[in-house]
Design a protein around this ligand. Structure first.
Ligand code: RFL
Ligand code: PHB
Length: 389
């Protein structure tokens, strides 16, 4: 088997890259470890920066997003009963789109099918070879048989636990990591969202987030200790705890119902440098992880794909390899800004075990600054809606 770009991983990063490259006449093969239904059953991100919206439009998957997604012009940060609105339009003239990652992935699968893409599911034992040469190749097994895929470039889009990042020799890689001492327990329920905008709630009992997917589908999260298990949390216990952490006037309007998904995600900041080695280029969670507090994970995967698709198109369409050489450096500049933002949102809004009275006062001053300074709200709005590519 032969192609131009071998893409490891059929999550949002891999599918979007394949879609943009195929539209430019560049051949791709996507290798995905899981069945398609499994990939589509993962409930993850919910907020798209406007730059992500525009790249999805360019990829030809904007129609359903514009029909079913909800543009949001602001969000709230709250602390006990105090509500601070961050007006995105006033702060930076931009907005975000609330449209679930599950829907983005589904749209991409359908668009890929329409283009006749080669997406191989349930592949195992993927291994990358000769990445420093001009003729790298990928080996894998599928349905019991061994296969070899020859290519010119490999895109590592296989998430945090994939094989691409560890294919860069350990002595070349530098990894930066911060693990947070809590997780997020999230539920999805067929209930109307408690508020028309997202609410990020700081509370002495711990952080909470009220988000949504559509007018009859809500997504809520509460901060929980790392050793809590999903089985420890009944739906009733979840709703009671969420209610306590939201401002009273909001909590009073909360509509509850059975959860249709419930899971705990740990929080971590992680960056691998470099993001490229020879002919291997890492994209998305394969190269970096952010805590979800800034809604940046999926959006960073999309901006990496922007830089890599642009570089590959320049190489294939005009023989110019400059952007490929600078891919990692270009992507990392934006990655580190999102790292800082996600870390600062996480630090400002969560209750850290053992947090001192000093730390609490500093959190309070940060929230005061947002309440009192249009400039501070502008900076938050700029980062939340997405810095320019
Ligand atoms: P993905 O989505 O993890 O996709 C990687 C794909 O690669 C496949 N794969 C392999 N395929 C072949 N061979 C191998 N050896 C392979 N190993 C792995 C996997 O099966 C998978 O299909 O990475 P991608 O495309 O970079 O996209 C990144 C986003 O998915 C991610 O940043 C966000 O979902 C992060 N994230 C969240 N971000 C937000 O902005 N808001 C959220 O609420 C939010 N919640 C989450 C999240 C990530 C989570 N993870 C990764 C545990 C909740 C969770 C639980
Ligand atoms: C979500 O809807 O899942 C969501 C929204 C915003 C975040 C994190 C998660 O910051």
């Amino acid at each position: 088997m032969q192609t131009d770009v071998a893409i490891i991983g059929g999550g949002p990063a891999g599918l979007l890259l394949s879609q943009l490259l195929m539209k430019a006449g560049i051949r791709t093969v996507v290798l995905e470890r899981k069945p398609r239904d499994y990939v589509l059953s993962r409930i993850r991100a919910g907020v798209l920066e406007w730059g992500s919206v525009e790249l999805l439009e360019e990829a030809g998957v904007g129609d359903r997003m514009h029909k079913e997604g909800q543009p949001h012009h602001g969000c709230y940060l709250t602390s006990d009963d105090r509500m601070i609105r961050i007006d995105f339009l006033e702060g930076c003239g931009k907005q975000v789109m609330v449209y679930g990652q599950t829907e983005v992935t589904r749209d991409l699968y359908e668009a890929q099918e329409a283009l006749g893409a080669t997406i191989l599911h349930e592949v195992d034992d993927v291994a990358l070879h000769d990445l420093q040469s001009e003729a790298p190749f990928v080996t894998f097994t599928r349905e019991g048989a061994q296969h070899r895929l020859d290519c010119a470039y490999v895109a590592g889009c296989d998430g945090f636990h994939g094989i691409s990042r560890p294919s860069i020799p350990a002595e070349v890689r530098q990894e930066f990591e911060k693990v947070y001492p809590f997780g997020w327990l999230g539920i999805l329920s067929r209930t109307p969202p408690v508020h028309e905008e997202l609410i990020y709630a700081n509370h002495t009992r711990g952080f909470a987030l009220a988000s949504m997917r559509n007018p009859m589908l809500s997504r809520y999260y509460i901060q929980v200790p790392l050793n809590d298990r999903v089985e420890d949390w009944s739906d009733d216990a979840f709703w009671e705890e969420l209610r306590r952490r939201l401002p009273t006037e909001v909590a009073e309007t909360l509509v509850t119902g059975p959860s249709i998904e419930k899971s705990i995600a740990p929080l971590r900041s992680f960056v691998c440098e470099p993001m490229q080695w020879g002919r291997l280029f890492l994209c998305g969670d394969a190269a970096h992880i952010v805590p979800p507090t800034g809604a940046k994970g999926l959006n960073l995967a999309v901006s990496d794909v922007f830089y890599l698709s642009r570089a590959l198109k320049a190489q294939y369409n005009g023989g110019d390899g400059t952007l490929l050489t600078s891919y990692g450096a270009d992507a990392l500049q934006r990655v580190w800004k999102a790292m800082r933002f996600s870390w600062s949102m996480t630090t400002m809004l969560h209750d850290f075990p053992g947090q001192s009275a000093f730390d609490r006062r500093v959190q309070r001053v940060e929230l005061d600054t947002l309440a009192n300074s249009a400039a501070a709200r502008g900076i938050l709005a700029e980062n939340y809606t997405g810095l320019p590519y």
